[in-house]
Design a protein around this ligand. Structure first.
Ligand SMILES: Cc1cc2nc3c(=O)[nH]c(=O)nc-3n(C[C@H](O)[C@H](O)[C@H](O)COP(=O)(O)OP(=O)(O)OC[C@H]3O[C@@H](n4cnc5c(N)ncnc54)[C@H](O)[C@@H]3O)c2cc1C
Length: 435
C-alpha cells in the first residue's frame, strides 16, 4: 500500500514525490514511457548532455525549484549567464539588457527610450499588476506609447519570458508580475550546474528511499470508491492501492483519466487550455563557434537560444560546443507539416547567417517540432486564476500538479511553483476535520 501514487515522472511529479518522500511517505511514481524526466529529460548524445531544448531556471536560487531542493536537503549550485544579445531588426547585434547598467548603455534604445524604460521599471517594481491580467501586452504598450526599441524589447520579453511572442494576446499583467519578481530578486535566469540530469537523479533517489519510480507503467484508470475517494490506480489492468493520487500531467492529457469522474465543465476547461508550442534546434558542434555565454535573441524570426556549454562546459566534450534554440510558434501551425518545415529552414538559415562557421561545425543536429512546450500559454484568457487548482473538484484525495495549473509564473516556472502549492493542498487535506 502506497501513501501516494503520482501519475507522471516529469520534473514536477518527481519534485512533489521527493517532497512527500522527505516527510516519510512511501511514494510510487508511475511513468508510461521508458525514461523519467518528461519534457525536462536529458539525453546523452556523442558525449554531449542534451536538454530537451533550452532549459534554464528563472530566478535561479530564488526559484521554487531551488526551494524544493532545499526542503529535501540539497542546495543546487546555479551558474550565472553572461551578457545577453539580440540581433535586432536592423541587422545589428546589440546588448539585450538584463540588469540596470545594460539599460543605460544598450544600443537597443534611443536616449529618450532609455529614460522612459528606467521610469517604467520603478513602476513595474511597485507591483499592482493584477488589474492588467486581462489586458494584452499590445494594448498595454499602445496605452503607454511604447514604441521603437522599447517596443521590440517588450516584444522579446513576452516571447521569451512568457514563451508568447503574440503580444496581441499575451497577458500584460502576467508579464509585469514576472518582471517585478526578476527586479526584486535581482536574477533573471540561471543554469543548474551539471544540467537537469542531476536534479532528476536527486528527486528519483529521494523517492526510491522508501518508494519507487516505475517506468513503462502507464496508468489506465483511477480507482474511485462510492464516496468519491481515490483508492489507487490501474496499471496493466491491475489495481495498485494508495491513500491518495496526484496527477502530474499537462491539462490537455487529463481527459482520459478524469472522464466520467468529474463535471464536464471542468474537463472542458482543461481541454481548452492552450499550451505554448515551438520548434527546437539543437546542435552538437565539433569546434567552438561563439564565446557568447548569455541568452541570444533573434528579432526576426523571433526566437532565442544559448550555447549551453559556454555556461556549463561539462555538457560538451572538450573543445566542442552545444547550441540550443527555440522559436515559439502558434499552435495552429502544427497542423501543417510543410509550413513547419519551412519555419525550421528559415530559422536555421537565420542561425547560419548570425553565427559564421556554424554550418561547418555541425557534428549532429536535432530538430523537434513541439506542439507542447509549456503546459500553458500565459495569455489573457488563461492567467493563473483561470486555470485548474491543485485539488480535483469533488475529491479530497485526488490532486493536480504541473505546468498548466493555477500556480504563478510563466513557462516552466508554473510547474515548479505548483509543487509547493500542491504539497500544501495535500497537507491541508490530510488534517483531521476537527483541527
Ligand atoms: C523546448 C522546451 C523548453 C523549455 N524551457 C524551459 C526552461 O527554460 N525552464 C523551465 O523551467 N521549463 C522549461 N520548459 C518547460 C518544462 O520542461 C516543463 O514545464 C516541465 O518539464 C513539465 O514537467 P511536468 O512534470 O509537469 O510534465 P511532463 O514533463 O509533461 O511530465 C508528464 C509525464 O507524465 C507521463 N504520462 C503521461 N500520461 C501518463 C499515464 N497515463 N501514466 C503514466 N505516465 C504518464 C509522461 O510520459 C511524462 O513523462 C521547456 C519545455 C520545452 C519543451
Amino acid at each position: 500500500m502506497y501513501d501516494t501514487i503520482i501519475v507522471g515522472a516529469g520534473i514536477t511529479g518527481l519534485q512533489l514525490g521527493a517532497l512527500l518522500a522527505a516527510d516519510g511517505e512511501k511514494v510510487l511514481v508511475c511513468e508510461k514511457s521508458s525514461r523519467v524526466g518528461g519534457r525536462a529529460a536529458v539525453v546523452e548524445k556523442e558525449g554531449f548532455k542534451v536538454d530537451y531544448g533550452i532549459h534554464v531556471v528563472r530566478y535561479g536560487p530564488h526559484s521554487a525549484l531551488a526551494e524544493t531542493c532545499r526542503r529535501i536537503g540539497h542546495e543546487v549550485k546555479f551558474l550565472p549567464l553572461g551578457t545577453s544579445y539580440v540581433l535586432d531588426y536592423d541587422g545589428k547585434t546589440k546588448v539585450f539588457p538584463t540588469g540596470p547598467k545594460a539599460f543605460l548603455t544598450s544600443k537597443l534604445f534611443s536616449f529618450g527610450e532609455r529614460l522612459k524604460v528606467l521610469a517604467m521599471f520603478s513602476k513595474i517594481r511597485k507591483g499592482g499588476h493584477e488589474a492588467l491580467m486581462q489586458q494584452s501586452v499590445a494594448d498595454w504598450m499602445a496605452e503607454h506609447n511604447i514604441s521603437g526599441g522599447l517596443k521590440r524589447y517588450f516584444h522579446l520579453v513576452s516571447g521569451s519570458m512568457l514563451v508568447c511572442p503574440f503580444v496581441e494576446k499575451a497577458s500584460a499583467g502576467e508579464m509585469l508580475t514576472n518582471m517585478k519578481k526578476v527586479l526584486e530578486v535581482g536574477v533573471s535566469v540561471m543554469y543548474p550546474q551539471g544540467g537537469w540530469g542531476p536534479l532528476i537523479k536527486l528527486f528519483t533517489a529521494k523517492i526510491n528511499e522508501r518508494g519507487e519510480v516505475r517506468t513503462g507503467a502507464a496508468v489506465e484508470k483511477i480507482a474511485v470508491d462510492g464516496n468519491k475517494t481515490a483508492t489507487g490506480v490501474y496499471v496493466g489492468g491491475e489495481l495498485i492501492p494508495a491513500g491518495k493520487v496526484v496527477l502530474s500531467l499537462p491539462a490537455l492529457q487529463l481527459d482520459r483519466l478524469l472522464a466520467g469522474l468529474v463535471d464536464e465543465a471542468y474537463l472542458q476547461m482543461c481541454r481548452r487550455i492552450r499550451p505554448t508550442s515551438g520548434i527546437v534546434l539543437d546542435y552538437g558542434l565539433s569546434s567552438p563557434v561563439s564565446d557568447m555565454n548569455g541568452l541570444i535573441y533573434l528579432y526576426e524570426p523571433m526566437s532565442f537560444g544559448m550555447f549551453t556549454s559556454n555556461v556549463d562546459p561539462s555538457l560538451a566534450p572538450e573543445g566542442k560546443q552545444l547550441l540550443t534554440w527555440l522559436q515559439p510558434l502558434p499552435q495552429e501551425l502544427f497542423q501543417d507539416k510543410a509550413a513547419l518545415k519551412a519555419k525550421e529552414q528559415e530559422l536555421e538559415q537565420a542561425l547560419f547567417n548570425f553565427f559564421p562557421g556554424l554550418k561547418q561545425a555541425i557534428q549532429w543536429r536535432r530538430a523537434l517540432h513541439l506542439p507542447l512546450v509549456d503546459g500553458v500559454e500565459v495569455n489573457i484568457n488563461q492567467t493563473a486564476s483561470q486555470r485548474p487548482g491543485f485539488i480535483v473538484p469533488g475529491f479530497n484525495n485526488l490532486f493536480l500538479v504541473g505546468d498548466s495549473t493555477g500556480a504563478p509564473g510563466a513557462g516552466g516556472d508554473v510547474g515548479h511553483e505548483s509543487v509547493p502549492l500542491c504539497y500544501c493542498a495535500i497537507k491541508e487535506n490530510a488534517r483531521p476535520a476537527a483541527e
